[in-house]
Design a protein around this ligand. Sequence first.
Ligand code: NAD
Length: 369
Amino acid sequence: ITIGVARERAQGERRVAVTPETCRKLVAAGARVQLERGSGDGAYFADADYAAAGAQLVDDSTAALDGADIVLCVQAPALSQFDTLRTGAVLVGILQPEADPERGEAIRARGLHAFPLERLPRTTRAQSMDVLSSQAGMAGYKAVLIGAQLAPRFFPMLTTAAGTIRPSKVLVIGAGVAGLQAIATARRLGAQVEGFDVRPETREQIESLGARFLDLGVSAAGEGGYARALTDEERAEQQRRLAEHLRGIDVVVCTAAVPGRPAPKIITDAMVAGMKPGSVIVDLAAETGGNCAATRPGHTHDVSGVTVAGPLDLASLGAQHASEMYARNVLNFVQLLLADGGLAFDWNDELLARTVWPGVPAGVDAAPA
Ligand code: NAD
């Protein structure tokens, strides 16, 4: 089996899909790993360490992908690179095939077995492969650090010779994987933290991190452990209560998302206008449009004294640990495809059947959805 890894080329992407640690394991499993020189640079993994782990270093992406049975990536390869992939090759990464029709078409045209890892079911067995969770953890952590950096205040309470400093009040909107890590991080920095989510089960998770659950009187549990979109009445009620509450908050971290939809707009311009000068909003949902109406994805700007940050590529800010986790997720997934030194597709395995895009190849029996 030949595994190909080309340097990530997307703007701002610093992560890498294979680390020296996972390279060693792939080689031990009998794979030949062809890796483009410099693939690990953005995450500070040196070529020499890949070589020591048994990788074959090659000079360009064409040589890395040429003849590869499995191509591992963080973001989908550039369209021009698809020509290098052999028909029937396996492609594993955060591929988002529906985000770009040409990419979807390239996957079909080359007859690739594409496994967009963002499609993995969120089951217990899939946890060790769950890239959405591992990368959201880094994003939530970094979002809070950005908020702490931008705030003109301390997070913790301090008792000093120059008097007492009151702790900052942090509100985390959305308590999924990123939100819970944001809450934990803000707590570690000593802030007074509140969290809220439309899924009622998050109350206990928020409280177990030592934060307060902010009850806005709206509950919207959807299917498969995710949230559903709110009705107009629910949204109005949530917004009325939230507007009032935001007046007392110093830093807001937004993480709310509904799968397959643009980020819900939760903080309106009027709410931002009602916040204290010096307060900060960090909108981790910027990548899908943002939870705050004032968010400009990729920018930080001032809105009448309120700093609104819409950082993109948060996981890349922690590229080293994010890559370590991502690469282990990928390794665990690839192990599902390897049998007796070759490639094997067990379409009765729901993790393969539900992840492969656009679906299980025609003519094979698949696991029931
Ligand atoms: P996500 O990124 O899709 O959404 C983030 C959060 O935003 C969610 O908690 C959601 O409820 C919340 N949200 C949506 N609309 C909102 C609104 N209008 N106001 C406030 N909050 C809103 O979610 P995620 O972090 O990927 O995780 C979603 C769920 O999947 C969680 O229950 C998580 O625990 C679960 N999960 C399970 C597993 C597993 O068992 N293997 C793995 C990962 C995640």
